[in-house]
Design a protein around this ligand. Sequence first.
Ligand code: CUA
Length: 152
Amino acid sequence: SYEKIWLVVAILLIVGFISTVTYGATAVGIDMVDDEGGTVNASALDEDPRFSEPRVEQVGDNEYEAYVIAQQYIFNPDPIRVPANSTVTFFITSPDVIHGFEIVGTNANTMVIPGQVAKITVNFNDPGEYGIVCHEYCGSGHHTMEGSVVVQ
Ligand code: CUA
């Protein structure tokens, strides 16, 4: 009968709708975090080999690694000093709340999430001072949260 057909069609539509939603959620995922840099215990950064001493390390001829802590309301170290024509990989994490890390005038732009290590690599060819700004609202001092990269 027509009633039976419509009932089946309605059920198929519902099943199809539910599986589309489920598939969409699992296939697309909500994984905004670039996990290349790995994870870290946000409440024990002082015991972490990468973050116990925020610093810039030379790791190759023109290659540097910067271990940076973003916290209310500073970036450490500040300034980050590197020579001109260097490639710098930044590892950035936060002990408190979500911050942003944007190097003005470059394409470096990431969220900094407690427990996660953001990793971005930037080439600095020209000497100069590049501002770092926090572009995620992180509290009353957010607008004052700035740092810099000094390329010499
Ligand atoms: Cu840190 Cu806004």
